[in-house]
Design a protein around this ligand. Structure first.
Ligand code: SF4
Length: 387
């Protein structure tokens, strides 16, 4: 698959830190098991989407699905997660006044604003919702590390911009909605919307000037959350300078920190922790490559004993007089495990009544987290309800 230097998936980074674009384009691309797993899951999503919306015959569907299932990276849970994608698409399509135009794995071109700017959107829908011509951009993410928000997400906004331009001869799109389906870590899709004129204003004011600098390696280095996927995140001088300057923050008197200073310290610590782990990863790689990092070396970490041949070991244990029933433990399958076995819908229908969700352990998160804040204080209302 061709990759543009200024790709939508790295837009957050090159918009904020334009010189990172050329640096990353020159770095070797890593093809990990996770990226290959994601590619396979996307292929399944596309296939299921074609069957649902583009009249793919059952015979072709079964034949193509069989091929995908033969991939070494196939896991049965992929079936359930890709079904969640189809459920999300059905729900979005159902919001339209009549069945919308649906396009899957569609190339979108925003080179009017970004040199060689193009990308592939997982799904686009266009039609009228309550009489307003609305574009929906829907993206599937198979990752289960960090939840990705649709709100002001530059990757999604660039897909939407490309679609807006590509379809401008056919549709007069007024409203744009963006949805991210990330079923492995979020039970509900995450959505956000804006009007088409606001999207175009963003393209003019933010995207186009950043792209003009980024394509030639110009502009200022600027560190931030977007460093997370940068090829030089562990060795970048601008990032190190910014983090070390932040670490030197001076707390003000009196002897105890104020609550607002505690907040600052937590945010700073989190930022330094992320940076330090990237520097460690970089240094370990350098040591393993045979380079010298002053004062550090790579060694073998702790390891746990394991059977070289579990079957033969158990036979030997039986021969040594250990009763067979003592060799195995019988454990109930977990709730999530049973849901995977049965599939989401049948599970909910048959067992939904037995599922409860107790309150989670109090956890400290950033103030912009979408979950409502909790407090240990009993309010007058709680007090009243308890009586
Ligand atoms: S690590 Fe450096 S080059 Fe990469 S995005 Fe951050 S500041 Fe820019």
């Amino acid at each position: 698959m061709a990759h543009a230097i200024l790709s939508p998936s790295s837009a957050e980074r090159w918009i904020h830190c334009p010189p990172s674009a050329v640096i990353n384009a020159e770095a070797p691309q890593k093809d990990t098991v996770y990226t290959r797993e994601g590619t396979l899951a996307h292929a399944v999503c596309e296939l299921k989407g074609r069957r649902k919306f583009l009249a793919l015959s059952t015979r072709s569907y079964n034949a193509e699905l069989k091929k995908l299932k033969a991939d070494a990276l196939w896991q049965d849970e992929m079936d359930g997660y890709t079904d969640a994608w189809i459920e999300a698409l059905e729900e979005i399509a159902g919001e339209y006044d009549v069945l919308p135009h649906v396009a899957l794995e569609v190339r979108v071109d925003f080179s009017e604003y970004v040199p060689d700017g193009f990308g592939t959107a997982d799904c686009l829908m266009i039609g009228e919702i309550a009489g307003v011509t609305t574009l929906n951009v829907i993206d599937f993410k198979y990752g289960k590390g960090v939840p990705v928000s649709a709100e002001e997400n530059p990757q999604m906004m660039l897909y939407a911009l490309g679609a807006l331009l590509d379809y401008s001869q056919i549709y007069d799109i007024e409203a744009v909605r963006m949805t991210i389906v990330q079923p492995r870590i979020r039970s509900e899709p995450d959505g956000w919307g804006l009007d088409a004129n606001t999207l175009l204003a963003w393209a003019n004011v933010v995207v186009e000037p950043a792209a003009r600098l980024a394509i030639h390696g110009g502009g200022e280095f600027q560190e931030g959350d977007w460093c997370r996927f940068c090829a030089i995140r562990g060795s970048c001088r601008a990032r190190a300078t910014a983090n070390l300057a932040a670490a030197a923050m001076e707390f003000r008197l009196p002897p105890e920190l104020s609550d607002s200073e505690v907040g600052e310290a937590l945010a700073l610590g989190q930022r330094l922790k992320t940076w330090l782990s990237d520097v460690e990863e970089y240094a370990l790689g350098a040591c393993l490559d045979g380079r010298e990092i002053d004062g550090w070396k790579a060694v073998e970490g702790r390891s746990q004993r394991q059977w070289s041949d579990a079957g033969a070991a158990f036979e030997a244990a039986k021969a040594a007089g250990v009763p067979e029933e003592m060799l195995y433990e019988r454990k109930p399958v977990t709730l999530a495990g049973l849901e995977k076995i049965m599939g989401k819908k049948p599970f909910a229908e048959a067992l939904g009544g037995y599922v409860t969700t107790p309150p989670g352990k109090p956890t400290l998160v950033k103030a912009d987290d979408r979950r409502p804040a909790i407090t240990g204080h009993i309010t007058a209302k709680d007090d009243f309800e308890e009586e």
